[in-house]
Design a protein around this ligand. Structure first.
Ligand code: SAM
Length: 231
């Protein structure tokens, strides 16, 4: 049986490109976004009672990757990008139905004009991601402390960040425009988003967060911010 889905919300996120989004939610608690309710779901009644929960499940589409299809096996970055495992043994974005799921923190529920929204923290979603369902996280059933994590047992070891003197003014300006920007940058870079095959000490990397191009180099295992360019 096939079944067509209509988004219930649209995600507004500081992540404007796929590069450097963490691999899972809650690795970057400083990432704050919004789920803007859409169509018939854009009403306060749909959210009644949700404020009692601290966390939510968000079910969404990996919409940027849908056109590229899927394969029965994938090579998770965790395994160095070489070993193959089954798509259903992975959280890969290239999947038969292109669906993702993330547990995020519920910050607040609000309304601006006619737009109802849920502010969330710790998301791993690209700006513009269509959301197909939102459900409360229920700790007695969803939290399983004895569960086995297979090849993804531990969160990656975080890398430190330093803002080089040449970037300190630009970082302060970004912080003023987007309070929490520096913490966001630090937590995003802590995940070492550089592609495994392109890690060289003299290379400058860049990623868009909000409306800034965050630029950095890696020196002696430390992320050194070289600039924060307004876009
Ligand atoms: N927590 C989710 C899950 O397990 O289904 C997502 C895990 S997936 C490995 C996380 C990656 O999805 C991010 O690093 C980002 O690059 C990618 N991503 C996030 N939103 C996306 C979107 N709308 N389209 C395509 N890729 C997306």
């Amino acid at each position: 049986m096939s079944h067509s889905l209509t988004p219930v919300a649209l995600c507004r996120s500081p992540y404007k490109q796929k590069f450097a989004i963490p691999r899972q939610p809650n690795l970057v608690p400083a990432a704050i976004g919004r789920l803007e309710l859409q169509g018939e779901c854009n009403r306060a009644e749909c959210l009644k009672g949700l404020e009692q929960f601290s966390h939510l499940w968000v079910l969404f589409s990996f919409h940027e990757n849908l056109a590229q299809g899927w394969k029965p096996t994938v090579r998770p970055p965790r395994l160095g990008g070489n070993a193959r495992i089954g798509v259903f043994a992975s959280r890969a974005t290239f999947r038969p139905n292109g669906l993702g799921m993330s547990v995020v923190k519920l910050h607040r529920i609000g309304q601006e004009g006619k737009q109802h929204f849920i502010e969330i923290a710790g998301l791993d979603l690209l700006d513009g991601t269509p959301i197909y369902d939102i459900k409360p996280y229920i700790p007695y059933s969803d939290a399983l402390p004895d569960a086995e994590g297979g090849y993804a047992q531990e969160a990656p070891t975080p890398m430190p960040m330093r803002v080089l003197p040449q970037a300190s003014e630009a970082m302060a300006a970004a912080e003023q425009a987007h309070p929490g920007f520096q913490r966001l940058a630090e937590q995003v870079l802590a995940q070492d988003p550089r592609p495994a095959y392109q890690r060289s000490a003299d290379r400058e990397y860049g990623v868009q967060l909000h409306d800034r191009d965050l630029r950095w180099v890696v020196t002696d295992g430390c992320n050194c911010v070289t600039d924060v360019v307004p876009l």
